[in-house]
Design a protein around this ligand. Structure first.
Ligand code: FAD
Length: 202
């Protein structure tokens, strides 16, 4: 699509106004401090994500599950191991982590299959929600490292303060890049013009 925004896409939710996020939806005002600085700069209003009551999930087989918020992955062996592997991974040099080669050759889906069929569904949910890809399309090592870079699995999936899903942007997250692009010199952004080579001098 010929637009500024990348993995953010904010579309009108109805004729009454409001926006629905088809890409990145959440942010927070604590450990995402660079994004929060842009929120302040552009005057965006944030809404705290509702996190009371029940969560409803439809799994890949079309079955609905209703689970109390925060109890989704309690005592789940796969979830606990994933959190542990993320802890163990080397943040800056994932290739130096223990079993790095093995974990990088294995997809995140294959890693989950070792636990249970429910784990496969959870892995796919996590990959789709966080990255917009299927668990079979990323390596286990990538997911471990991504989880660590997001300050751990509990935090990355949390709707609570400091969590990755704490707040939403009433102005639409696509507007971050649209506003940044507007601040560039005219004719800096070229749509439909793929970069094929980057040269660095000096
Ligand atoms: C469904 C979904 C939900 C998400 N939810 C969240 C969330 O709630 N919170 C959160 O923090 N993150 C979330 N993310 C992740 C977040 O969207 C990304 O981390 C973020 O958008 C990455 O920004 P970026 O500018 O680095 O890359 P991108 O957004 O991927 O932008 C890269 C841009 O470069 C362009 N490009 C690529 N190759 C070339 C080329 N050769 N020449 C020219 N242009 C090129 C692409 O078309 C794209 O426009 C989500 C992602 C998805 C898909």
């Amino acid at each position: 699509m010929d637009r500024v925004g990348g993995k953010t896409l904010s579309v009108p939710a109805s004729s009454q106004g409001g926006l629905a996020e088809l890409g990145a939806a959440w942010l927070n005002d604590t450990n995402q401090f660079y994004m929060y600085a842009l929120v302040r700069k552009f005057g965006f209003e944030l809404e705290i994500q509702r996190h009371k009551g029940l969560n409803l999930f439809e799994d890949s087989k079309g079955k609905m599950h209703s689970i109390e918020y925060g109890k989704e992955y309690l005592n789940d062996e796969f979830y606990e191991d994933l959190a542990k592997q993320a802890e163990l991974t080397h943040l800056v040099h994932p290739e130096l982590s223990q079993h790095a080669m093995k974990h990088d050759k294995m997809s995140f889906a294959e890693y989950a299959q070792q636990f249970s069929s429910k784990a496969e569904i959870i892995a796919d949910d996590i990959a789709k929600t966080l990255l917009g890809v299927q668990a079979k399309d990323i390596s286990a090592l990538y997911m471990f490292n991504y989880t660590k870079s997001g300050t751990g699995l509990d935090n990355i999936l949390s709707d609570l303060r400091d969590g990755g899903q704490y707040m939403r942007n009433r102005h639409g997250n696509q507007n971050f890049s649209v506003r940044l692009a507007n601040d560039l010199k005219p004719d800096t952004v070229h749509l439909s013009a793929p970069v094929t080579k980057i040269e660095q001098h000096g």
